[in-house]
Design a protein around this ligand. Structure first.
Ligand code: TMP
Length: 209
């Protein structure tokens, strides 16, 4: 049995990751590829329970350290119970956010270094990395407008942080992509849903022959 592929979609709030993860999974299925569509935080029973702890409650419910550990714990369960079994069974896993979101979001503010977050990931998930990461990007005013329309005033604990925080997150994602060009592909997330989906497929074209 050949190993499947592990593909992550990353980016800030409101860039269309969840919609595109679904469209991409559908397009791959239509090509006869068995896919598993999943997300973080979540993607396994235990990790979905941790998601509830992470995303609800007061903004200061968790310290940065506790929050990073909870994300790492959720990821460990998700990797072990959902991602790895699927990839080992030859399926393609499409995951809406993964490790790079922890590096970008929990890395803001300087409490934890990138090295710290990678260490938590090594302990929790054996350092599992995606085969490819598709980084969706929009100008920040456009993405916050889309996120605002989507959430209709009901933002979660983390999405609701201020514009400066989200600027730092976007900048971190850009830095990660520049540092690891073999894994990352930059995707322009502007335009129609179908246009963006076709850009994602083009970024996987070398695997689709
Ligand atoms: P979502 O809006 O994509 O469902 O993600 C939930 C929120 O969790 C979003 O604001 C990003 C945040 N997040 C982190 O802060 N660290 C992580 O590791 C992940 C996966 C998500």
């Amino acid at each position: 049995m050949t190993r499947g592929r592990f593909i992550t979609l990353e980016g800030g709030e409101g860039v269309g990751k969840s919609t595109q993860a679904r469209l991409l999974a559908e397009a791959l299925e239509a090509r006869g590829i068995q896919t598993v569509l999943t997300r973080e935080p979540g993607g396994s029973e235990g990790a979905e329970a941790i998601r509830g702890l992470l995303l609800s409650g007061a903004a200061d419910r968790w310290s940065v350290r506790a929050e990073a550990l909870l994300f790492a714990a959720a990821r460990a369960d998700h990797a072990e119970r959902t991602i790895l079994p699927a990839v080992e069974a030859g399926k393609w896993v499409i995951c809406d956010r993964f490790l790079d979101s922890s590096r970008a979001y929990q890395g803001v503010g300087g409490v934890l270094s990138d090295e710290d977050i990678l260490t938590l990931h090594r302990i929790g998930s054996g350092g599992l990395l995606p085969d490819r990461t598709l980084l969706l990007a929009l100008p920040l005013d456009e993405s916050s407008e889309r996120a605002g329309a989507r959430d209709a005033g009901a933002v979660d604990r983390i999405g609701g942080r201020d514009a400066e925080f989200h600027r730092d997150v976007a900048e971190s994602f850009r830095r990660f992509a520049a540092a690891e060009p073999a894994r990352f592909r930059d995707i322009d997330a502007s335009g129609s849903m179908e246009t963006v989906r076709d850009r994602l497929l083009a970024a996987l074209a070398d695997w689709l022959r």
